[in-house]
Design a protein around this ligand. Structure first.
Ligand SMILES: C[S@@+](CC[C@H](N)C(=O)[O-])C[C@H]1O[C@@H](n2cnc3c(N)ncnc32)[C@H](O)[C@@H]1O
Length: 248
């Protein structure tokens, strides 16, 4: 049988996979700009959800992050890490040793993948901001909607309004909390947001926006009232790590 021609989406996916494989093969996981020795802010936000230990947790674009290891320490028993780069997942697995068996590892493109189940929490640090085209954002948000259960929790960290305009050789979209809420649509309500400064291994500072949100339990209400839940403009920058700011 003749092989099917790859679609544009296939080609984009392959090229992105090759890009990230290249990044994780070129440098040690501790040397990449997004490396953090301890995912403190993510851990705090997961704690803030109040989810019980059986909660289904998905870290998209988890890379070689130690968040999955931390979630095990916190007592979570149903943790999945998905990433487009097998090399990244291999690093994370190796760091966990035998505990790696307690995590589900999935090589997946978050713009297209069918996870086949619903999760209680979707965590993303530094992935969504790479979705710079409308097609990429739509793909990502479609998978998010199919995968996060109504009433579930979303933790998302992107570069903030004064963060870098590119990362890892790729352009990024920076977000203030209002822009993030607008792009996510009315299905999500904001629980808290904060700005944080990430220090890269080479000593540079990068501003991140962290947001914790809840997906509305009832899609019928999705369109109503979302705008009124958006917090005021992001606070001025400069503090190394700003305290978590509850939504008004
Ligand atoms: C900047 S790194 C952040 C990694 C990790 N979240 C952390 O905080 O250390 C971005 C990650 O997203 C992954 N990634 C990029 N595009 C992706 C996609 N379309 N689907 C799944 N993962 C993707 C990359 O392989 C990489 O591991």
């Amino acid at each position: 049988m003749p092989e099917e021609e790859p679609t544009t989406a296939d080609l984009v996916e392959r090229s992105d996979r090759a890009h990230w494989e290249g990044r994780y093969s070129a440098k040690a996981p501790e040397a990449v700009s997004w490396y953090e020795p301890h995912p403190q802010r993510s851990v705090e936000l997961v704690q803030a959800t109040g989810l019980d230990p059986q909660a289904r947790i998905l870290d998209v674009g988890g890379g070689a992050s130690s968040l999955a290891a931390q979630l095990l320490v916190m007592g979570y028993t149903d943790v999945t890490v998905a990433d487009i780069s097998p090399a990244a997942l291999a690093h994370a697995r190796a760091n966990l040793g035998s505990d790696a068996e307690r995590i589900v590892w999935i090589e997946a493109d978050v713009r297209t993948y069918d996870f086949g189940r619903r999760y209680d929490l979707w965590h993303d640090r530094a992935v969504f901001h790479f979705m710079v085209s409308a097609a990429d954002r739509e793909g990502y948000l479609g998978v998010l909607r199919r995968t996060l259960r109504p009433g579930g929790h979303l933790i998302i960290a992107t570069f903030g309004p004064q963060g870098p305009s590119e990362c890892s050789g790729l352009p990024v979209q920076r977000y203030g909390v209002e822009e993030l809420m607008a792009v996510l649509g009315g299905e999500f309500t904001l629980a808290s947001s904060s700005l944080a400064t990430h220090r890269t291994p080479s000593g540079a500072s990068q501003q991140f926006l962290y947001a914790r949100l809840l997906r509305r339990p009832c899609p019928a209400g999705a369109a109503r009232g979302a705008a009124s839940r958006v917090t005021p403009a992001s606070p001025p920058l400069g503090a190394a790590v700003d305290a978590e700011r509850p939504a008004s």
